[in-house]
Design a protein around this ligand. Structure first.
Ligand SMILES: Cc1cc2nc3c(=O)[nH]c(=O)nc-3n(C[C@H](O)[C@H](O)[C@H](O)COP(=O)(O)O)c2cc1C
Length: 212
């Protein structure tokens, strides 16, 4: 098995972390960079990552996350935020800045602006808030796989009450920019204490259709 597939097998939704073991600065940097390097629709990187290391803050957020022990035992609890829909309105500063850094000249800038505008108005099959969150899930998946590659465990967590978690973040994380961000989902990172269970997955034949 190649190293990447070994990491895919190693990754599992870790339910309990060793609260004595802390991820190094270098390793958490690697994990976050995997998120940063992720693809996003039109390259708009609609994300921000709140990285909670503080035990008291983790404790305060835990209740909103169904008191799941991953939150308080993990080394780093990452809240993946998505940019609000207003960032993607025609003429917004963020949209202009984002396209500007990619366009090689005025004409290509106009083209990408027009293509994005059409995409949002005519083709997008979901609302913009949801579309932004979808990008954030990709970044999170890459973070978990990068973590597994360097022997670090993770748990993706949607098991929270969205309103209660938002309220708890506003109360306990003063730097949270509530005007501009939604919560997409959360990821706990750390080191396992229990053996991983056998993977339960449908066989490829059941989930893949080749059209030849
Ligand atoms: C978006 C998302 C949210 C999840 N939320 C939780 C959660 O709140 N708590 C939990 O223990 N597992 C959570 N899981 C983990 C899944 O239950 C787990 O990935 C699935 O059962 C497959 O198991 P495995 O990841 O160990 O292979 C979540 C997974 C995803 C992708």
């Amino acid at each position: 098995m190649n190293e990447f597939m070994k990491a895919m097998e190693f990754r599992h939704a870790c339910k309990l972390f060793d609260d004595k073991k802390k991820i190094s600065k270098k390793d958490i940097g690697t994990i976050l960079n995997a998120g940063r390097l992720s693809p996003s629709s039109f390259g708009l990187e609609p994300w921000h990552f709140l990285v909670i290391e503080n035990a008291k803050v983790k404790e305060a957020l835990g209740a909103a996350c169904w008191n799941q022990p991953q939150v308080t035992t993990c080394s780093h609890f990452v809240i993946l935020l998505s940019k609000k829909a207003k960032f993607f309105k025609k003429g917004s500063e963020y949209l202009d800045e984002s396209f500007d850094r990619r366009a090689k000249d005025e004409k290509s800038l106009k083209n990408i602006q027009k293509a994005f505008d059409n995409f949002i108005k005519k083709d997008l099959g979901t609302d913009v808030t949801n579309w932004a969150k979808m990008q954030v899930y990709i970044a999170g998946a890459n973070m978990m796989n990068a973590a597994a590659f360097i022997g670090i465990d993770s748990c993706p967590m949607e098991g929270f009450n969205a309103k209660a978690l938002r309220k708890a973040i506003i109360k306990n994380v003063p730097s949270f920019d509530k005007k501009n961000y939604e919560i997409a989902y959360t990821l706990a990172f750390g080191y396992r204490v229990e053996k991983q269970k056998e993977k339960i997955r449908w066989p490829l034949e059941k989930i893949v259709t080749f059209i030849k």
